[in-house]
Design a protein around this ligand. Structure first.
Ligand code: ADP
Length: 238
């Protein structure tokens, strides 16, 4: 619990930082990026350097955008969403990237429709972050299983991979700002995901075993307005 409140404090701090810094950085960043693009023409060497500058600017831009997302959740609108359809969108979005890495994403059909009250784009962002992490954890390919289960008043979405796993020491640091083990990672994906899920009244639990894989469980409150609607439905035919 103490660890939990330490994490909360860090999240609050990161949120405050986000509001101030992100706006200040984004405008000059856009201008620099535009002018750098114009520099690409001249000599081969200059265009090589400009390429590096552009790629670094793009990394900074990605970090700033994630911070902005963190700073603005209160402006977004909560609506009723079918959790399965949100997941299906995410699977469609990431299928190509997964295939390139020899990874198959398997979304298990569900028996019951489940709605949540959510900001759709934010919850999708959480699924994208976590499924991407799962794909990246399997450099030699494998499967990502997505399972939806209703447990009382909560719906649990389990995202399970067969990847490298996370050892006990590292698992404590997940969700801390800038914690990453990846060369190109920002270390913000999980932090943003924790924040969004908490804003939705839910929680995230991560269990892992090195070399065997990782399971991320996201729990969200069910929007119970249409509890009686039942029926089996699975992935849409395309
Ligand atoms: P990033 O992906 O930019 O590194 P994240 O916050 O999404 O940032 O993840 C932080 C770190 O958590 C990753 O660098 C990785 O070490 C670890 N991690 C997250 N998900 C997984 C996973 N499914 N399997 C193994 N390691 C993971």
């Amino acid at each position: 619990m103490e660890e939990e409140s330490r994490k909360n404090e860090k999240l609050a701090l990161a949120g405050q930082l986000a509001a101030g810094i992100a706006h200040e950085i984004r405008n000059p960043l856009t201008a620099i990026k535009g002018f750098t693009k114009m520099l690409r023409e001249p000599s081969e060497k200059q265009s090589y350097y400009a390429g590096i500058v552009l790629s670094e600017l793009t990394s900074i831009e990605a970090i700033v955008n994630e911070f902005l997302l963190l700073a603005k959740p209160q402006h977004a609108e909560f609506k009723r969403h079918d959790i399965f359809l949100l997941l299906q969108d995410v699977v469609n979005l990431l299928r190509a990237q997964a295939l390139m890495q020899n990874v198959e994403i398997l979304l298990e059909p569900v028996r019951r429709r489940v709605n949540v009250l959510a900001v759709g784009t934010q919850i999708k962002q959480v699924f994208i972050n976590i499924v991407k992490n799962a794909i990246e954890a399997m450099p030699d390919g494998g499967h990502v299983h997505l399972l939806v289960n209703v447990e009382g008043e909560m719906v649990s979405i389990r995202i399970q991979d067969e990847g490298v796993g996370i050892d006990e020491e590292r698992i404590k640091h997940l969700g801390e700002p800038f914690y990453t083990t990846r060369e190109k990672g920002s270390g913000l994906g999980l932090m943003v995901s924790y924040k969004i899920v908490r804003d939705h009244g839910g929680d995230i639990d991560i269990t892992s075993s090195t070399h065997r894989g990782t399971a991320v469980e996201i729990r969200l409150p069910v929007d119970g307005a249409d509890e009686n609607r039942t029926g089996t439905y699975g992935p849409r035919e395309e």
